[in-house]
Ligand binder design. Structure first.
Ligand SMILES: Nc1ncnc2c1ncn2[C@@H]1O[C@H](COP(=O)(O)OP(=O)(O)OP(=O)(O)O)[C@@H](O)[C@H]1O
Ligand SMILES: [Mg+2]
Length: 248
């Protein structure tokens, strides 16, 4: 692993600075494995994966289709369970949480931007972005207030009441980002957040991700094919033979 001193040499581009790595131990993944069996022998997608991230760290996961990027992100976000291994957030093994505690943890602490945005097209940007706050138990008014604040922050002040299905791809991804961030989670997991966008829109979303990482001191793990975005992260890995390998 590259040591912290080296990471303090910040790379600067487009006036965005990569964050200085903080102390490790905010997220600890230990000996995590996951296999899938469709037909015949199980295929081991992740094999004894280890990872340590400090608060505010940013990690890019890059590499070919099918190597296990989404699988890892889903396990990290507790949407899927590994076959074995431990997953600590601030020293607590969340894999030992019961379902309701796990749901609360996910709702409050983890923001997700999915590979396919999973927004509700018939609902407005405001309704979509306020959903996690409603689930958390905020009143309708408080949830809408929180959603409006973050939608304005991602530049959608003129699209609050538009149906998401009528928005452009870039706008939809910014709604997805607002929904992921409405609870001000400490961890943002983004799975190819700009995979389907043109260069201009994807640059805008990248810039937002990096700005918000600093503004909110969020720990961020981003799966991307965009090496320019990956290069802005404090660390960048790929998966080979089920294990992380440093990449850029
Ligand atoms: N629920 C599942 N059942 C069976 N196989 C699965 C399941 N989920 C994932 N896989 C397999 O595990 C492998 C890794 O899938 P994953 O979605 O993590 O890849 P990825 O690196 O995110 O790829 P992409 O860049 O195409 O999104 C693939 O071969 C996939 O078919
Ligand atoms: Mg994927």
């Amino acid at each position: 692993m590259v040591d912290d001193e080296q990471h303090k040499m910040q790379r600067v581009n487009n006036n965005i600075e990569t964050p200085v790595l903080s102390k490790k131990g905010f997220i600890e993944v230990q000996n995590l494995s996951r296999s899938f069996q469709s037909t015949g022998t199980p295929i081991e997608i992740l094999r004894d994966v280890n990872l340590s991230l400090g608060e505010g760290d940013t990690l890019a996961i890059v590499g070919a289709s099918g190597i296990g990027k989404s699988t890892f992100l889903h396990i990290l976000g507790t949407l899927d369970r590994p076959d074995k291994g431990r997953l600590y957030f601030q020293g607590e093994d969340v894999l030992l949480f019961d379902n309701s505690r796990l749901a609360r943890f996910r709702n409050k602490s983890v923001g997700f931007m999915f590979q396919f945005h999973h927004l509700l097209p018939e609902f407005s940007a405001l309704e979509n972005a306020s959903m996690p706050a409603m689930i958390h138990g905020f009143s309708g008014e408080k949830a809408r207030e929180a959603a409006e604040t973050i939608l304005v922050r991602v530049g959608l002040q003129d699209r609050l009441h538009h149906r998401v299905g009528k928005l452009s791809g870039g706008e939809q991804q910014r709604v997805a980002l607002a929904r992921a961030l409405v609870m001000r989670p400490r961890i943002l997991l983004a799975d190819e957040p700009t995979g389907n966008l043109d260069t201009q829109n994807s640059d805008q979303v990248h810039k937002l991700l990096l700005e918000l990482n600093q503004e909110f001191s969020m720990t961020m793990v981003v799966v991307t094919h965009n090496m320019q975005l990956a290069a802005f992260m404090s660390r960048c890995v790929t998966i080979a033979n089920g294990q992380f390998v440093e990449k850029c």
